[in-house]
Ligand binder design. Sequence first.
Ligand code: BDR
Ligand code: CA
Length: 308
Amino acid sequence: MRKLIIDTDTASDDAIALVLALRCPDVKVEAVTTVAGNVPVEAATRNAMVSIAMADSYRPPVYRGCGQPLWRRQITAQQVHGQDGLGDRGYPDPGIPLEREHAADAIARLVQENEGIDIVTLGPLTNLAMAVRLYPQAMSKVRSITAMGGQYRQLNPHWPCSEFNILVDPEAAQILLGAGIHITFVPLDVCFGAAAFDRQELDALYALGTPQARFFVDCNRTLIDYTLAKYGYEELIMPDPTAMACYLEPGLALEKKPAFTRCELQSVLAPGELVYDFERRGGEPENSALVTKIDAERFKKMIFDCCR
Ligand code: BDR
Ligand code: CA
């Protein structure tokens, strides 16, 4: 069974990614670590606990991590995911205890202790950057990192060149990219089109009537309303579940492009833009792969099966 650490700034789509992983029979989630991003880290931690309870499978330990980006002023996305990050539905605190260890310490310790552990990141990369700076030897043993992050077309109306998770803490992204650990990026691009959920699909999901199906739609209502009103989207994109699905089902990523990737740190117009050098003519080593095509039908089947 594959072992997994999930690092998350838990808001409404992270929540579904957590449920998906916790209900997957092939993977054991060893820890959930939280970070500031979509919401402050306290809310992210609480939301991770709500999501774990909602998955109704088992309860991995939860470790709180960094409450600020490494250097920049904090940005949240509460207008997108709700003030509480879960659509302001008033989900009760499930009473899951919080571990005392800091997330960055816990990540490195678990990587050291468990041979061949994988990490999926669903938020800014602050905790992972801290872990590789503090424990470079231990972190070099991580088996794989799959990150929801980046975009290669101009998709985000606020920041045409950047995607939220990287934009929030570009320095952290660059530290991780320079750490000699391979990262598979699942960018925003593959979450649109056939991978997004239209009204009919959301209704069909809700009609399943299970707590998980209801949770999927209910906690994402703020996101649905916001993207509809603000951007005119007819469909709901699910970036974090898409990234999680690419990890859980390795065949889901139909196309991956190896690259030497760096993160833009100086720019006014494009802070946090990931710059992919696919040709690597300068002889730089491959430090990442970019997922450019997924099996959207299979992704949606995974979501429906998980919620049944
Ligand atoms: C990322 O930002 C958040 O809105 C989502 O949780 C996802 O991690 C997408 O840009
Ligand atoms: Ca997220």
